[in-house]
Design a protein around this ligand. Structure first.
Ligand code: HEC
Length: 152
């Protein structure tokens, strides 16, 4: 009888501990979403651009490949933004502000395609986000669509 009570207490302790850890974890996630944004707003002629890629021309595989391969002269997007787009790529810790967490809906929802295009093309001065001069426009649009998809 005494023995089993001790077991129950131990079990309760475990549950409390797990609950506490769960709480701490979800708090970390909350802090990460929404993230503060350090990038400026794209100039109007970029900001208002619409992706020319129709549903037929959008190629999820192309966007994914670019995201993981990156440009030849740059680290891949995944190295910083993470393979799931959660901002936890292997190099992420080096950067302050940290790479954008695309899995956070506020990171991309309501942010126009043209703005995302501009950032990928020209980077975000003063942050780790590099410019990508060697991508074609279409490649960047494929990336924009892919990055947007990571939020869903
Ligand atoms: C060397 C690290 C690094 C690489 C490589 C990188 N990024 Fe970023 N990225 C960042 C950082 C850091 C920020 C956060 C800048 C900020 O908060 O304004 C960022 C921000 C962004 C944003 C958010 C802009 C905004 O206004 O919210 C987009 C979109 C983005 N990156 C896309 C990409 C894509 C697509 C690639 C690959 C082609 C890529 N990034 C490669 C570090 C990186």
């Amino acid at each position: 009888m005494f023995h089993s009570r001790k077991k129950t207490v131990a079990l309760l302790g475990l549950v409390a501990c797990a609950t506490l850890m769960g709480g701490v974890n979800s708090q970390a996630l909350v802090q990460n979403c929404p993230q503060p944004r350090f990038t400026g707003k794209a100039p109007d002629d970029y900001y208002n651009r619409k992706s020319p890629l129709t549903a037929q021309l959008l190629d999820a595989k192309a966007g994914e490949k670019l995201y993981f391969d990156g440009a030849t002269d740059r680290f891949s997007c995944a190295t910083c933004h993470g393979s799931k787009g959660d901002g936890h790529g292997e190099m992420a810790k080096q950067y302050d502000p940290p790479p954008r967490n695309f899995s956070c809906p506020q990171a991309v929802n309501g942010v126009p395609d043209g703005h995302l295009f501009w950032i990928v093309r020209f980077g975000s001065p003063g942050t780790g986000m590099p410019a990508h001069k060697n991508f074609s426009d279409d490649q960047i649009w494929q990336l924009v669509a892919y990055v947007r998809g990571l939020a869903k």
